[in-house]
Design a protein around this ligand. Structure first.
Ligand code: RUB
Length: 266
């Protein structure tokens, strides 16, 4: 199998997951093969990932190396901004695995002590990856089934979620379960921040990726249907701030700013 096809396969199979890592991998694949058919193949590997689309657009306007460095830089700035939100002895609640979230937490650990509550994230347990990564940096993690979210959010100070897509209305799409978490955060009066570089912004409609139902339950029985949507919407009203390289902004201000900064994202 060619290196290009291996990357596409890894993105498709979730061997590479999380919007940022997908974008970096896609850029790598793009530098190997960049005819229009190959670009289409890359985009279709994870259809609800505008960051992948945006990094390729930027690479087309510049070069893969410039795109790589620029993207690295906006991610670093995002992590610095998010790490400053964490105060001594805070409990941070998070869901799934977001490199933007884990790197911000690892950075914050350099200047303060806190702990993390996190979900296992069915069906593929990306939360375990989050827990393992943080533990390596001596960050205390308490791990729960997804349905434990209410109890744990009550005890948390702030909620950090990643983002796969940020729409023109300032709504955020993230791993399934994020809506429930955002509603609970609102109910218990906890601040919810989206930690994400601004290249997740995408003004056009994208369909939500439906993943293989077998990931949930490999069953073939009459009258039983299994569904597996990968992402869902976090409404604007449940978001206290989008923390990106542009600063910590309300969803409305974020959209205004991102349009000014990156008019090529169309
Ligand atoms: C991962 C997920 C992450 C975002 C942001 O879903 O929803 O929160 O992708 O990630 P999946 P990052 O595991 O299905 O890809 O901060 O790494 O860009």
């Amino acid at each position: 199998m060619s290196k290009f096809n291996k990357i596409v396969k890894d993105i498709k199979s979730l061997n590479i997951q999380g919007a940022r890592d997908i974008a970096f991998a896609a850029l790598n694949a793009y530098s190997l093969k960049n005819d229009s058919k190959s670009i289409k193949k890359l985009i279709n590997a994870r259809p609800t990932e505008p960051c992948l689309r945006n990094i390729i657009t930027f690479a087309q306007k510049t070069t893969p190396l410039i795109a790589h460095n620029y993207f690295n830089n906006i991610n670093k700035k995002t992590e610095i901004n998010a790490s400053k939100l964490i105060k001594r002895n805070n409990i941070i609640f998070t869901h799934c695995h977001s490199t933007s979230v884990t790197k911000s937490l690892i950075l914050a650990k350099k200047h303060t002590n806190f702990q993390v509550y996190n979900t296992e994230t069915r069906p593929l347990y990306q939360g375990r990856r989050t827990a393992r990564e943080l533990a390596k940096y001596k960050i205390k993690v308490t791990h729960f089934v997804d349905s434990g979210a209410d109890l744990e959010i009550r005890k948390s100070d702030i909620i950090f979620l990643g983002a796969d897509m940020i729409t023109n209305n300032g709504e955020v799409y993230n791993k399934i379960g994020s809506f429930m978490i955002s509603e609970l955060a609102k109910k218990h009066n906890k601040k919810l921040y989206i930690v994400s570089n601004s290249w997740k912004y995408y003004p056009k409609h994208l369909d939500i990726e439906q993943r293989n139902p077998k990931e949930v339950w490999d069953i073939n029985k009459r009258y039983i249907e299994v569904k597996n949507p990968a992402f869902e919407k976090v409404p604007r009203k449940n978001i206290n701030g989008i923390c990106s390289e542009l600063g910590i902004l309300s969803p409305k201000r974020f959209v205004k700013q991102v349009k000014k900064e990156y008019p090529w994202i169309k």
